[in-house]
Design a protein around this ligand. Structure first.
Ligand code: DGT
Ligand code: CA
Ligand code: CA
Ligand code: ZN
Length: 573
């Protein structure tokens, strides 16, 4: 079900890790890593490309193109298989611990014969790491934290991976004769940031054809349970899918029940009991006579409970029932309300696509404005200079004249330094249409220092948006420890927007932080932070996260008209 691009990305990344772990050439490891990312983010399915087409992918030369072809014909890459032989699988597992690099993993294996996460935990508790060079008490603490983070993420998968799989399954099952309705429910319909398993519902009179079909999909690895009402499978990627077939007349009841959350359902069932009704997966019934009251649609069911229909993204028992009873549910922002993306990159820094390609793809999305915000020089790897920025601005202005329907903004993503300073002095910042500022280093400063740093960035009159405010990476890196209430207060006071970074690995701010920030009167910007044309559609995950934070159009600056947006970006002009 994933594109070959993603499978190859995973494999080449593993190859890069294995090269690094076996002490191979760091430059070589890096070049595989770059190629992995380039292939993963490439706009065309590599399975459709010939050797020449493969070499047109950035960072892909002959040797890597050959490996890709080999994978496409044989399903594996011999060089990767060979490297796998020389390193126990457990050592590779060590590398998946956030904050543990290949060098340390190899050292642990060679010096202490640690070859699994469990063995590492033992070694930490026995304080055996203390004798190793480069492993202090602080490292132990970081490792324990990293392991906890990894175990918490467990087998939950990211929202985009789950969405892509679920949409393919829904499409396949919808084709089957007798299908009167098909949708995904559960945490995925609520668009939670990670998904435990995918719950698919079908409305049909006969269940067998759907159960059969699920079991024989090309990516089904194992059938966990097979029954008349429910079938569960595990995909080749280890993801569990539960399929339930409902009588068409119970569609609304089933959808409401299996969308959850459990906490929301406990509330709705409570209301039903108060009204002398009973709510189940088959619908709403009179408690005494057992007569059916409503079951065909969710709308009917909520209506009979005295509630308006509640958007799935709100169904987390965070006050949505009370708000619904009062008729005060928020008029949630929708993806179509987004008029533009305000944080994107090109291949001038670490993006994979050219300025022209990014802009052309953005225009296809129907945006009325679009900001290019490449990295500023303090992120040294990016080798940015004033000259490069000014040259890019010229190009942006020229392209702006060519794109009739979409206005282009020239911006940058500044780095918030350890003291809260940013890369360039005011006179140079004044030349940008928009400045996003983000933390990219020194994540482990004290809480006080991190808080002060963010607040100083807000106080910079040229900084309009704080990018990925907590810097977390889901399942990989925790967010920084700052006093965010103080930061939210500063954002409201200085008119600085907080980003809702839509990248599925970030979703930063997260739903709960958004709810908290909104109480301070903060404005938000939902941005894709695209590094490839294939990332622009991530916007939908950012919008879903904004919905989970109860946001309306008015809360989000990139739903505003350009005139209103410009006034926000440059107050007083
Ligand atoms: P997940 O899969 O961990 O990401 O989270 P969900 O919310 O998809 O949970 P899951 O797959 O266990 O169940 C799907 C929905 O079915 C859940 O949101 C509510 C409903 N549900 C499942 N089991 C129960 C239950 O015992 N009681 C109630 N009230 N609802 C349940
Ligand atoms: Ca689920
Ligand atoms: Ca489930
Ligand atoms: Zn960034």
């Amino acid at each position: 079900m994933p594109r070959a691009n993603e499978e190859i990305e995973v494999l080449l990344q593993e190859y890069a890790d294995l090269i690094a772990i076996t002490g191979g050439d760091a430059f070589r490891a890096r070049s595989y890593e770059k190629a992995a990312r380039a292939i993963g983010g490439y706009h065309t399915d590599v399975a459709t490309l010939d050797a020449k087409g493969l070499k047109e992918i950035p960072n892909v030369g002959k040797s890597i193109a050959d490996k890709v072809s080999e994978y496409l014909t044989t399903g594996q890459i011999a060089a990767v298989e060979e490297r796998r032989q020389s390193i126990p699988a457990g050592v590779r597992e060590l590398m998946t611990i956030p904050m543990l690099g290949p060098k340390k993993a190899l050292l642990l294996y060679q010096e202490l014969e640690v070859a699994s996460v469990d063995q590492l935990l033992d070694a930490i508790h026995q304080e055996r790491l203390r004798d190793l060079k480069g492993f202090g008490p602080k490292t132990e603490e970081n490792l324990l934290h990293g392991i906890a983070l990894m175990q918490k993420a467990g087998s939950r998968i990211l929202l985009n991976a789950a969405t892509e799989s679920a949409e393919q399954i829904v499409a396949a099952l919808s084709e089957i004769k007798g299908c009167e309705g098909c949708a995904y429910a559960g945490s995925l319909r609520r668009m939670r940031e990670t998904i435990g398993d995918i719950d698919i519902l079908v409305a049909a009179k006969k269940s067998a054809p759907f159960m059969e079909a699920l079991g024989s999909l090309p990516y089904t690895a194992e059938i966990i349970a097979h029954g008349e009402k429910k079938t569960s499978i595990r995909t080749t990627r280890g993801l569990q899918i539960d399929l339930r077939v409902l009588p068409p007349d119970s569609w609304g009841g089933g959808l409401q029940y299996f969308t959850g959350s459990k906490a929301h359902n406990i509330r709705t069932r409570g209301i039903a009991v108060h009204l002398g009704l009973k709510l189940s997966e088959y619908g709403l019934f009179d408690a005494e006579s057992g007569k059916k009251v409503a079951s065909r649609t969710e709308e009917e069911i909520y209506e009979r409970l005295g509630l308006p229909w509640i958007a799935p993204t709100l169904r987390e028992d965070r006050g949505e029932i009370a708000a619904g009873l009062r008729g005060e549910l928020p008029d949630l922002v929708m993806e179509k309300d987004i008029r533009g993306d305000l944080h994107t990159h090109t291949d001038l820094t670490d993006g994979l696509a050219s300025l022209e390609d990014m802009i052309a793809t953005a225009a296809e999305r129907g945006y009325s404005y679009y900001a290019v915000t490449d990295h500023a020089p303090d992120l040294a790897m990016q080798r940015m200079t004033r000259e490069k920025m000014l040259a890019q601005r010229k190009e942006v202005r020229a392209l702006d004249r060519r794109h009739k329907g979409m206005r282009l903004l020239h911006g940058t993503e500044l780095n918030i330094g350890p003291d809260g300073d940013v890369d360039w002095p005011d006179d140079f910042l004044a030349g940008f249409d928009i400045c996003v500022a983000s933390i990219h280093s020194h994540f482990n400063q004290s809480r006080k220092a991190l808080t002060r740093r963010l607040i100083r960035a807000c106080e910079n009159p040229y900084v309009a948006i704080i990018g990925h405010p907590t810097t977390r990476r889901i399942g990989k890196r925790p967010g920084i420890d700052a006093d965010f209430d103080a930061v939210f207060e500063a954002c409201a006071r200085t008119g600085t927007a907080l980003e809702i970074n839509a990248h599925p690995e970030r979703l930063d701010l997260c739903d709960e932080d958004i709810l908290r920030a909104k109480r301070y009167g903060v404005k938000f910007a939902v941005n894709s932070d695209s590094h490839s044309t294939t990332h622009l559609p991530y916007m939908r995950y950012g919008v879903a996260t904004a919905q989970r934070g109860w946001l309306t159009k008015d809360d989000i600056i990139n739903t505003w008209t350009l005139t209103r947006l410009r006034r926000f970006l440059r107050p007083g002009t």
